[in-house]
Every structure is written in C-alpha cells, then in structure tokens.
Design a protein around this ligand. Sequence first.
Ligand SMILES: NC(=O)c1ccc[n+]([C@@H]2O[C@H](COP(=O)([O-])OP(=O)(O)OC[C@H]3O[C@@H](n4cnc5c(N)ncnc54)[C@H](OP(=O)(O)O)[C@@H]3O)[C@@H](O)[C@H]2O)c1
Length: 267
Amino acid sequence: MDFSDQVVLVTGASAGIGKAIAELLAEHGATLAVVGRNAENLRMVAEKCRGVKGKDVLEVVADLATDDGCEQIAKATVQRFGRLDVLINNAGMGARTCIQRAEMKTFDEVFNTNVRGVYNLTRLLVPELIKTKGNIVNVSSVSAYMTSVGSLPYSMSKAALDHFTRCIALELAPLGVRVNTISPGVTRTTFVQRLTGYDTSQYESWLSDAARGIPLGRVCDAAEIARMVACVAWSGASAVTGAILPVDGGLALAGVGHSDIMTRQMK
Ligand SMILES: NC(=O)c1ccc[n+]([C@@H]2O[C@H](COP(=O)([O-])OP(=O)(O)OC[C@H]3O[C@@H](n4cnc5c(N)ncnc54)[C@H](OP(=O)(O)O)[C@@H]3O)[C@@H](O)[C@H]2O)c1
C-alpha cells in the first residue's frame, strides 16, 4: 500500500483506533491531518507520525460536534495542503443508556459527534475529494446492526452512519469518489474506560468477558482495525464502494452484543 502522494485526514487520531490509523498511514508514506480534542495526546501522535518518514503532519485541535470545529478542520487542512485524498471519519463516542433511562442530553451528545459531525465535515470536504477522485472511510460499529440493551443512542447513531455511507457512496460514485465503512467489534482502546470509568483490572475483566462471546475467542486490537481502514482507503481497493465491512472476530455471527455484556455488568 502506497500513500506517499496522498493527503489523509484522520479524526479521533489522538487515541485508540484513530491513533493506530494515523501511525499506520504514516508508515505507508501519507501526509496527514490529525484531529482530536486532547492537544497533548494529539501532539504525541503527530510527532510519532512525523518521525516515521518525515512527512508533514497537521494537528487540528477541534470539537467535531460543533459547526465551528468542523469548519476549522476543513479550512486548516485545505489551507495547509491544498488538497485532500482520503477522509477518515473515525472519531466517535459511546453512551450507556436505554429508553427507560434516556435523557435528551445524551442523545444530542452522541448524535452531534457520531452523525452530525461526520455529516458536516464530509459536506465541507466533498468538493476536495471530487477534485482528487479520493475516498471516504467511516468507522462505524457492529452495534449498527446488532441489537442489544444498554447502548441505544450509540447503536442508532452507527446505524445512521452506515446508511450515510450507502447513500453518499451512490451519490458520489459517478464522480469517482468511493465511500466505505469499517465496523469494529470489541476493540482494546480507551473507548470503554471513558464510558465506564473502569480501572485497568476492571477493564481487563470486562475484555475477558467480552472475548467469551467472540468466535475467534479474543477482542480486536486497534492495529487490526487500522489495517482494514488502510486497505479500503488504498487505491488498490478501486472497485470497493458502499461496503460495510465488519472487523470483529466474528462477533456479529455469534449474536451477543458487547453492550449486552456491559449491561450484565451494570446490574
Ligand atoms: N473500541 C471499540 O470497542 C469500538 C467498537 C466499535 C466501534 N468503535 C468506533 O471506533 C471509533 C474510534 O473509537 P476508539 O475505540 O478508538 O475510541 P477512543 O479510544 O475513545 O478514541 C476516540 C477518539 O475520538 C475522538 N473524539 C471523540 N469525540 C470527539 C469530538 N467531539 N471531536 C473530536 N474528536 C473526538 C477522541 O479525541 P480526544 O481523546 O482528543 O477527545 C479520540 O481521539 C469510534 O467511532 C467508535 O465508535 C470502537
């Protein structure tokens, strides 16, 4: 995979899967714009990426859930590089709730980040991707199509994201722009600890529980998700568009959602 003539924007690059995506694409020669809210974490990722092949890395500290944040990300990227080849909409947040505990604040936070922010940033950058005949990779979740109790707005937001992928893949295909989704299953990142406040040993125990419901018998690591993101973003995937690709160790086949696992532990 060669990204040496490509400018790639990765949201949520300050942690977890986005960090792994940025680091992998740096190894494959990409020029990067990395986005996150935690400036210190983002700086460390950017420095590591610069150190790989000496390519330029733009750090954008911005909140994707706000209109100003999306405008800042799009403007800074185009000003710095004058082009965009790949947009990776990876940033996302979860929430532990169900309809009996539902609060509109949680719904709005989740949808503003996972759906509205993606919609807005994509809208702002599609003209650049049309110019380069580039592509978009959305990072969704198996929660989009697995039913489970305990992550209602999150699952709904990822279902919306999957349909966003299909709709814009159809719209942009005649313009030479591909759009795909990678759907991680349970993946070792900071995601669940942010949601639950688990300490390391509680998190390890949660991961062991989760692994028992996964056909491959283990959770994914962020590098495994990053490799599939890179594969579909790569020009070699030139006929792949509108695809929703699970990277979940077979979790969706087994039919036990990780939120079910989380809900059991909530009781
Ligand atoms: N981990 C899993 O098991 C799993 C499973 C399925 C799907 N996913 C999806 O994978 C994607 C990445 O998750 P992860 O596991 O890597 O989670 P993570 O470790 O919690 O990282 C989330 C990243 O998104 C960024 N982010 C969140 N809200 C943002 C906002 N409003 N504006 C800008 N950046 C924002 C965070 O930035 P800061 O830290 O700088 O705030 C961080 O870089 C998400 O879309 C998630 O839904 C994860």
